[in-house]
Design a protein around this ligand. Structure first.
Ligand code: GRF
Length: 206
């Protein structure tokens, strides 16, 4: 049985392995969230197929090109999220930058997973940037989303070692393993516990 606070919308543009990990954790009984909506800006996103296979109640493709501008597209997405009764907006490989108006509609209720140890390597290629820079340890970060890209308060991080013989593919594999453990754990915390803020420092308590 889910309550309103456990209802989530997942926004994804890619293959959807994080969505899959969340759904697997739900099935195992270790992540008490209720995925009400999966929304993508790309018709062929793997995440949509995963959502349909899992019989998620609302599975939606909205095409940004059919909207007058970004504000209109984001407003349509936000309307869909609210209509589906979702409390949390979970970004899982959603490759669009959210407008301030969208962020303002879900204050401290949008969460993202980023493939680097923020604040290092913000932007679209956290894995490639870490490899090129030559760091020995990277990882993934779950954070709240604010108006500044990849800069919202950090909820949790998990390290991933970079090996001398790593290439993009091998590192991405281990990054995904880390993400697939961390994201469902933190979502479980978010819907069951309380966030306590001190400036941009957040503790998950209770
Ligand atoms: C993940 O690596 C995540 O960190 C980034 O986008 C990727 C999405 O992968 N934001 P998937 O679509 O969940 O497989």
């Amino acid at each position: 049985m889910s309550n309103n606070l456990s209802k989530i919308a997942v926004l994804a543009s890619g293959k959807g392995s994080n969505l899959d990990a969340i759904l697997t954790a739900i099935k195992k009984g270790v992540c008490p969230v209720d995925v009400r909506l999966v929304l993508s800006d790309l018709a062929d996103a793997g995440a949509l197929r995963i959502a349909r296979d899992a019989h998620i109640p609302h599975v939606l493709h909205l095409d940004p090109k059919t909207y007058e501008n970004r504000a209109c597209f984001d407003a349509a997405c936000a309307d869909a999220i609210e209509s589906a009764g979702c409390h949390w907006v979970v970004l899982a490989g959603y490759m669009r930058i959210l407008s301030n108006a969208f962020v303002a509609r879900f204050p401290q209720r949008i969460v993202n997973i980023h493939p680097s140890l923020l604040p290092a390597f913000v932007g679209g290629d956290g894995v490639g940037d870490a490899l090129r820079y030559g760091v020995k340890i990277t990882g993934c970060t779950v954070h709240l989303v604010n108006e500044v890209l990849d800069c919202g308060p950090i909820l949790a991080q998990k390290t991933v070692a970079i090996h001398d013989d790593d290439d993009r593919y091998s590192l991405l594999q281990r990054m995904h393993e880390a993400e697939h453990q961390l994201y469902p754990q933190i979502l479980a915390d978010l819907v069951q516990k309380t966030l306590v803020f001190n400036g941009r420092t957040v503790k998950i308590t209770g």
